[in-house]
Design a protein around this ligand. Structure first.
Ligand SMILES: [Fe+2]
Ligand SMILES: [Fe+2]
Length: 288
């Protein structure tokens, strides 16, 4: 996490990240967003995205976890902010639901499993999961937008969602640090080790979800034409650069005194430096 002038875990820190979160709220109703008419090709592309059902389910579960966690908070300032996040997650689910209905996407609403008993740990797992999903999502979003996968007007709607997820993860990493100080585990190295443990769990879950998704979508995956929109000129290095660059750009919109997720950006930075060194070393050989 980045350095901050405000003492992490202090009362001042808490009111800063809660106030910032409340201040940056935007009011809208998913039903009345300017949903565009899509031409048959764009409609086909939107319908062929294999993960809408997973996205809907994730947002519904997010809403339920955050709502349940809100019920356990006593501090009124914090409670109000977490409650707002729960409302926004439920609104995300509704936004996806409206989109599925409007464009005739083949995705069902699967009932939620019962929530874990330890709701604070569930909230933490969910928060770190959001950090991972958002970081990767930033890159995918940029590539899809540049490829013209859908019209600009559709990306403007998704942008609302991306911005809110960015707010959520900024709020979350600040809350997490504050909470650890409250629990007497505020030393930097302890916070770092805890984050590492949660990131590991989040990445493991992501791999599991991707595997399940691949099995579920067997036979109805992206057609070659749709995939080529993404894959023409796609390299792993470019993807990492987009995730890193977009994360930096989006994070720069938040107050300098707030902490930001730092694990994945640091890891990506290291990976990119190695890739650059690798291609630099290979270049003379290739020229032979
Ligand atoms: Fe969400
Ligand atoms: Fe979120």
């Amino acid at each position: 996490m980045s350095r901050s002038a405000v003492k992490v875990g202090s009362e001042e820190h808490k009111s800063l990240f809660c106030r910032d979160f409340m201040r940056t709220y935007s009011d809208y109703d998913p039903e009345t967003l300017p949903w565009p008419e899509l031409d048959p090709d764009a409609l086909q592309r939107l319908r062929s995205v294999p993960f809408w059902q997973e996205v809907l389910h994730t947002e519904l579960r997010a809403g339920a976890i955050v709502k349940a966690f809100t019920g356990t908070i006593d501090d009124p300032v914090l409670k109000e902010a977490v409650e707002l996040q729960g409302f926004e997650e439920a609104r995300h689910a509704h936004l996806i639901r409206v989109m599925i209905r409007r464009y005739g996407i083949d995705a069902a609403e699967v009932p939620l499993d019962p929530l874990p008993r330890d709701i604070e740990t569930a909230f933490k797992d969910f928060g770190f999961g959001e950090c991972v999903d958002s970081f990767l999502g930033f890159g995918v979003f940029k590539i899809a937008k540049e490829a013209g996968f859908l019209p600009e007007s559709m990306f403007r709607i998704f942008e609302t969602l991306m911005y809110e997820e960015t707010r959520h993860i900024v709020f979350f990493v600040n809350w997490m640090a504050w909470r650890q100080v409250q629990l007497g585990r505020g030393a930097r190295w302890i916070r770092g080790a805890t984050a590492l443990r949660y990131y590991y769990r989040a990445l493991k879950r992501l791999v599991g979800t991707a595997r399940r998704g691949a099995a579920l979508n067997d036979g109805k995956e992206f057609s070659a034409t749709q995939a080529s929109m993404f894959l023409d000129g796609f390299t792993f290095r470019r993807f990492l650069e987009d995730c890193y660059g977009e994360n930096k750009r989006r994070m720069s919109e938040f107050g300098a005194d707030l902490l930001r997720p730092s694990f994945l950006p640091a890891l990506t930075d290291m990976a990119l430096a190695s890739l650059r060194l690798w291609s630099f070393r290979r270049a003379p050989e290739a020229a032979k």
